[in-house]
Design a protein around this ligand. Sequence first.
Ligand code: AMP
Length: 210
Amino acid sequence: MNLILLGAPGAGKGTQATKIADRYGLVHISTGDIFRANIKNGTKIGLLAKSYIDKGELVPDEVTCEIVKDRLTWEDCKKGYLLDGFPRNTFQADYLDKCAKIDAVVNINIDFSLLMDRLCGRRVCKECGESYHVSTLGGKTDCARCGGELYQRKDDNPETVKSRLDVYEAQTAPLIDYYTKKGLILNFTGTEAPAEVLFEEIKAKLDELK
Ligand code: AMP
């Protein structure tokens, strides 16, 4: 099963992605994680990506599409994959159409007014990528799941979040329509309810597909 996970920054894609990938044995491919790993390792791609990520803008399509196209040729993708954060505009979606067969698009809709606080208060585990909100951590700085150190992403600040949300509305949200027309969309509502509740709903729909 090859899936796309769609949703605004802060909608809870990362958390759901881990759960979905675990449950269905899929490879989790997050373009954001790929860029962050490149930045950490000081690669040429990392250097280029950083200048866009720090401003909340999209990394150029040529670079992003090439990375994804290559990643999809890896042996592990044969068991199925979950794309998280790609595609982010119609150019990327058209590109993907030519190199992949997608079975469904999981779209998490969310009230935009929740997102600024969610993102600016987000803390992420350096090891496993699990996210938390600072208001629930009670001062803890390590991950409840794996013990890894929690950190605040550099792009989780008010100014960058504002531009990421603008980019989402202008460029990524049209993909909901794009995939609805292709009959691939599965719609869900992300709320403040625990992530497990949303995951149960997603699981019920994906089990039907299998
Ligand atoms: P994310 O971790 O998905 O929130 O992505 C963090 C940042 O990485 C985004 O704000 C973009 O700057 C960049 N990025 C991630 N995925 C893409 C993509 N598909 N196309 C362009 N830029 C991307």
